[in-house]
Design a protein. Structure first.
Length: 410
């Protein structure tokens, strides 16, 4: 009987529990329904909101950590970059060569001045017309000054003048012969300068045309700085930076040495010197990475690490105190523009800017124009100079038409 009573009581309690559970479940459903009504959300949307909030908090934490790490890495990178550059600069010591527009030739005595001038000035006129320089003979004892913005012309005139003084035979035909030989000597000097540059940097296997163009940079200046010396400096710096950064040293050296080679042809080929140089280098077998270094050495974006290092070395070399002077470069550019304005006309063989840019002498082909056309050409050149160039004072335009008739008596 007691067992039956207990079972009945247990059944009643179980029924009460079930009823209570149903009430709790109903209350829970009501609460959820109310929450959905209040927030206009179902369970899935609420879950997505909670997940999204969690993702945002995690993303914020990651972003903050990323920023802290990036800041730390940049500080380390800047420190390493400074260390690499300082190490490279400390290991490099080069000579600085500044540009000069005059050369001085010593004379054995002042009587030689009269022989150099010649009867009615024919000797000095012949030398000036063949070389395109100004030969200045003044009261300075036992000295003749050669003035020209183009170092190659000036060096040819200096060599020729020294040979004439040493030989003693000074007359127009002899001057022509000596100038021709001096030009050949300069070509040999250019080749030797190119070979010496490759030896100094420590690279081999360059095409002979690239070596010749490299040697021409010995007689090119940029903002008063010798371009060949600058190129050697950039090559050595590029190689040292590449060694510290783990890049290809050979590629960096070749690109650094040839990065300004386009300047050897900027007076012959139009276009930026970087593009001219890259095209020439690619044509003569330079590998792609060195080609990109030459092409991009003035750009902000770089395709290869060697290209970036070459640009950095170029900037370091150029920004060195005392390396460059702006005013001389502008003066040389004005003289070069003056010559180009004259040679732009048909029938012009050569043009020389002399007297510090106050005169331009234009040699024309006698078979292409007569004396009347030569006079007209002088007026046209003067008009073009007035329109295109900015200059102080006035510029004298001299057109020279020379006809030679040669016959032999047998």
């Amino acid at each position: 009987e007691n067992l039956e009573i207990q079972q009945k009581e247990l059944g009643v309690k179980e029924a009460e529990v079930q009823e209570a559970l149903l009430e709790v479940e109903a209350a829970k459903s009501q609460q959820l329904q109310k929450l959905e009504e209040i927030a206009s959300l179902n369970v899935e949307d609420a879950r997505q909101i909670v997940l999204k909030r969690g993702e945002e908090e995690a993303q914020h934490g990651l972003s903050r950590r990323h920023y802290e790490l990036e800041k730390e890495f940049k500080a380390r990178a800047d420190e390493n970059a400074r260390r690499i550059i300082v190490l490279a600069i400390n290991r490099l010591a080069t000579d600085v060569v500044s540009e000069s527009t005059t050369s001085v030739v010593s004379l054995p005595n002042d009587e030689m001045k009269g022989r150099l001038i010649g009867r009615e000035g024919r000797n000095i006129r012949t030398l000036e017309s063949l070389t395109g320089v100004d030969v200045i003979i003044d009261d300075t004892p036992e000295v003749v000054t050669i003035s020209c913005f183009d170092p190659v012309r000036r060096e040819v005139a200096r060599l020729a003048l020294e040979k004439l003084i040493s030989d003693g035979r000074i007359q127009p035909a002899r001057i022509e012969d000596v100038v021709a030989r001096a030009q050949k000597e300069i070509e040999e000097t250019i080749w030797k300068a190119g070979e010496q540059a490759t030896f100094e940097v420590g690279i081999s296997g360059l095409d002979s045309e690239l070596i010749r163009l490299l040697g021409q940079l010995k007689y090119r200046y940029s903002y008063g700085e010798n371009v060949l010396k600058h190129s050697i400096e950039v090559a050595l710096l590029s190689g040292m930076l590449a060694a510290e950064a783990g890049a290809n040293i050979e590629v960096a050296k070749v690109g650094g040495l040839l990065h300004d080679i386009g300047k050897a042809l900027t007076h012959e080929v139009s276009g930026p010197h970087a593009e001219i140089g890259a095209e020439i280098a690619q044509k003569h077998g330079i590998n792609y990475s060195s080609y990109r270094g030459i092409l991009e050495h003035h750009d902000d974006e770089h395709e290869t690490i060697e290209s970036f290092l070459i640009a950095a070395a170029d900037a370091i070399s150029a920004s060195r105190p005392g390396a460059r002077k702006e005013s001389l470069e502008l003066y040389v550019k004005r003289l070069r523009d003056l010559e180009e304005a004259a040679t732009a006309f048909g029938g012009v063989e050569r043009a020389f800017a002399i007297q510090a840019g106050r005169e331009v002498r234009v040699m024309v082909k006698p078979e292409d124009m007569d004396d009347v056309e030569a006079a007209s050409l002088a007026r046209n050149i003067a008009r073009k100079v007035e329109e295109d160039l900015v200059f102080p004072g006035q510029i004298k335009v001299t057109v020279i038409r020379e006809t030679r008739s040669v016959e032999y008596a047998r």
